[in-house]
Write a protein that binds this ligand. Sequence first.
Ligand SMILES: Cc1cc2nc3c(=O)[nH]c(=O)nc-3n(C[C@H](O)[C@H](O)[C@H](O)COP(=O)(O)OP(=O)(O)OC[C@H]3O[C@@H](n4cnc5c(N)ncnc54)[C@H](O)[C@@H]3O)c2cc1C
Length: 248
Amino acid sequence: ASIRTTAVRDGDYWIINGTKQWITNGPICDFCTVVATTDPSKGLKGINFFLVEKGTPGFSYGQVINKLGCRGVVTGELVFDNCRIPAENWLGDDLEKGVEYLGEILDEIRIMTGAMALGIARAAYQEALEFARKRVAFGRPIGKYQLIRAKFADMATEMEAARLLIYRAAWMLDQGMNCRKEAIMAKVFATEVCQKVVDEATRIYGANGFALEYAPQRHFRDARFLLYGGGTHEVLRDYLGRLLIGRL
Ligand SMILES: Cc1cc2nc3c(=O)[nH]c(=O)nc-3n(C[C@H](O)[C@H](O)[C@H](O)COP(=O)(O)OP(=O)(O)OC[C@H]3O[C@@H](n4cnc5c(N)ncnc54)[C@H](O)[C@@H]3O)c2cc1C
């Protein structure tokens, strides 16, 4: 657990100290759930969730981050400086179970991130499809060229595979089954497919794919967020590999 924000019990209160970066909607939140360590010596077993409300002394909004994509959502820092919250704002019933809750939340976030990836990919694909049908180059609609058709064949196939992985992981979650591995597979695969599709869409658009006036560049920029949200692919593939191989 590399979580450095701390929560220390003080009578009927918890005192929170630390800074959270890259928090989606953080700078406009009315309340937030904060992960902090209550016992750094316990590693992951020492982390817990706390509810902090806007206006609590010691809680403030930090820098708003100027992002490449997802510009319709505000993202920024949250600062906790001796922030004192009532004891009942600890979210849980066992101080050693926080890591379990985190795992379950991350399963949901990863499936959701996979679904977002598929949504962005589908939008980019659809726009590229319409463009390929109507854009005429060298006397023919570009959709008549085999290399362009092959791009659509590959994109559609990979998006379908991503969709099935996402649906299966979501179904398992709904059934209350353990879907840790499936959620990671769905997130990583769908996000990589999305990177490929948004890239192809900008190519199919030709120079217009480079123009801020058209949608493909926005999908291209927005898709980058998915590489980090829910965990980077280096970390997730390492974790998935560990789950598959088991303890050695
Ligand atoms: C738009 C946006 C919104 C976000 N919203 C939220 C939010 O609401 N809440 C929230 O908590 N977080 C949020 N995040 C943060 C996101 O979860 C982190 O960016 C992500 O977990 C990666 O952490 P990091 O940026 O510190 O990268 P680092 O951990 O510093 O990683 C840097 C590089 O090192 C690699 N790396 C790190 N550790 C390992 C390892 N063990 N093995 C191999 N490679 C490794 C990474 O893969 C990466 O390539 C958001 C990020 C973005 C971009």
